[in-house]
Design a protein around this ligand. Structure first.
Ligand code: SF4
Ligand code: SF4
Ligand code: FES
Length: 241
């Protein structure tokens, strides 16, 4: 590509839930990311713009925003891939309260991880020898399949069931619960199965797969939730929960 590229027309959400989009003109560059665009506005056009990011390399998961209608990790999303005729509309993640501008409140997203018992419950103390875990067992493979979740909230923002049912634990928390359910070192499975079997749990998922389509780590929450459905049904039939 040669010559100067036409400027981008960038509409950014400003304010809280009752805010509105405001449009900025941003110089276009090759290999520019959506996060580069937001950063340009904050540094050169309006220092009051609020947004969140950390690593800029797709590890921390904090930079997710709604870009031209879809939730995306902005540090790894190239403008060339998503700009529609040189236009970008960038808003806060859906299904989460807006704090200000592009920053959402993630408290309820992480509270649901706690509700799903999606945190490790150790079966040994620090004084015990380390448990030998074979990497090739079916359980370990199931656990490893979703271990790379970066907690970005993109699946949660994309999920229609979260939108309709505020009690729904959501794809990220349920995927982590599935990972731990398959972790042989963990001892919290009865409480976890009870937690994910309730009305806001895995059985509320309608398998739409929006979570799977948009997960930047190419994880498959739909499959993890299907696993939880099978395991909770089996536990119920056996009288374990
Ligand atoms: S598959 Fe389930 S968790 Fe994923 S987006 Fe659809 S309803 Fe939500
Ligand atoms: S499952 Fe994927 S989209 Fe959902 S929080 Fe984890 S990395 Fe993000
Ligand atoms: S800034 Fe860390 S994942 Fe995007």
């Amino acid at each position: 590509m040669s010559g100067k590229l036409a400027d981008l027309s960038v509409a950014l959400w400003r304010g809280g839930a009752d805010g509105a989009y405001r449009t900025y003109s941003v110089p276009r560059h090759e290999s520019q990311t959506v996060l580069d665009v937001v950063t340009f506005v904050q540094r050169h056009l309006d220092a009051t713009l609020s947004y969140r990011f950390a690593c800029r390399v797709g590890v921390g998961g904090s930079c997710a925003m709604t870009v031209n209608g879809k939730p995306r990790w902005t540090c790894r999303t190239h403008v060339a891939k998503v700009a529609d005729g040189g236009r970008l509309e960038i808003g806060p993640l859906a299904n989460l309260p807006v704090i200000k501008d592009l920053a959402t409140d993630m408290a309820e997203f992480f509270a649901k991880w706690q509700k799903a018992k999606a945190s490790f419950a150790p079966s040994r103390t620090r004084h015990d020898p380390i448990a030998p875990i074979r990497p090739d067992t079916p359980a370990r493979r199931a656990a490893d399949a979703a271990i790379e979740c970066i907690n970005c909230g993109i699946c949660y923002s994309a999920c229609d069931t979260v939108r309709w049912n505020p009690d729904y634990l959501g794809p990220a928390a349920l995927t982590r619960a599935w990972t731990l359910l398959n972790d042989e070192r963990d001892s919290g499975n009865v409480a976890r199965l009870q937690a994910v079997a309730g009305s806001g749990g895995c059985h509320a998922c309608h398998s739409h797969q929006s979570c799977q389509e948009l997960c930047p780590q190419a994880l498959n929450p739909t499959a993890a939730i299907a696993g939880l459905k099978r395991r909770t049904a089996a536990a119920y039939l056996k009288g374990e929960i």
